[in-house]
Design a protein around this ligand. Structure first.
Ligand SMILES: [Fe+2]
Length: 268
């Protein structure tokens, strides 16, 4: 059954300003105030440097221009307000042009800890800081270029790469294995769990083939994370004939899921 959102996208006015209510600004304030200390020792340096650079406001939901000033200066990326779920072609075209598609609504207070769809806190706090890193910035732009040219079957599996990197990626650092994925870093519970719990498996990402073979669900704490060595490895994986890699992964077959049923709902 198709996913139906409980939320309505908020449209920017003629000056590009989105009007958020006092309650919505309060939700942002609560989310960012509690999440900053949680990510401090659990996010990689590139993310934390970006978070400092963006200097996100604490007392109100940021407007696009507040993010775009420092972000564009760092890597040429900007955020681009969209309806939460947009067609694949449009999504990849935006990435290929260094525009990060960002939802414009914020979760309700009763869903403050978890919601299934990406809201503006997920987009801005989870994804935008790391977009200030030049190598990561180059990787995600190239991901958009590759996906735009790919067939539907290849795209589906490129979606798994996105999931296990951009959304739920971990990275080796000299402070241990830490987070860079926006799906983790915008979640209070998953940021702690991904770094500290002994429940999930943390597998080496290597050339990405295993991640491509791994089914996932969007509505549970991840049972498996893939750990990269650095962001250049991610870029190199795309350059190293990723389409052939995906075909090889298809030939090898999918890993058995470690959960009951795979969710089909896309999440980005
Ligand atoms: Fe996302």
């Amino acid at each position: 059954m198709a996913f139906t959102s409980k939320y309505k996208a908020k449209k920017p006015d003629a000056n590009g300003i989105i009007n958020f209510t006092a309650e919505e600004n309060n939700v942002w304030q609560e989310l960012i105030t509690r999440q900053i200390p949680i990510v401090e020792n659990r996010a990689c340096d590139e993310y934390l440097t970006g978070l400092e650079l963006l200097d996100l406001p604490k007392d109100h939901v940021p407007q696009c221009h507040e993010i775009n000033g420092p972000l564009e200066k760092a890597t040429g990326w900007t955020v681009y307000p969209v309806e939460a779920l947009i067609p694949d072609d449009y999504f990849f075209e935006l990435l290929a042009n260094r525009k990060f598609p960002a939802a414009t609504f914020i979760r309700r207070p009763d869903e403050i800890d978890y919601l299934q769809e990406p809201d503006i806190f997920h987009e801005y706090f989870g994804h935008c800081p790391i977009l200030t890193d030049p190598t990561y910035a180059k990787f995600i732009q190239h991901y958009g270029e590759v996906a735009l040219k790919a067939s539907p079957d290849i795209r589906k599996l490129l979606g798994r790469l996105y999931w296990f990197t951009v959304e739920f990626g971990l990275i080796k650092t000299n402070r241990g294995t830490l987070c860079y994925g926006g799906g983790i870093l915008s979640s209070k519970e998953e940021t702690v769990y991904a770094v500290e719990s002994n429940i999930p498996e943390r597998r080496p990402f290597n050339d990405g083939t295993d991640a491509i073979r791994t089914p996932y669900r969007i509505d549970i704490l991840q049972p498996i994370y893939y750990v990269i060595n650095n962001f250049q490895d991610l870029y190199n994986m795309l350059e190293d004939d990723i389409v052939q890699h995906i075909k090889d992964a298809i030939a090898l077959g999918e890993f058995s899921p470690t959960f009951e049923k795979e969710s089909q709902q896309p999440f980005c």
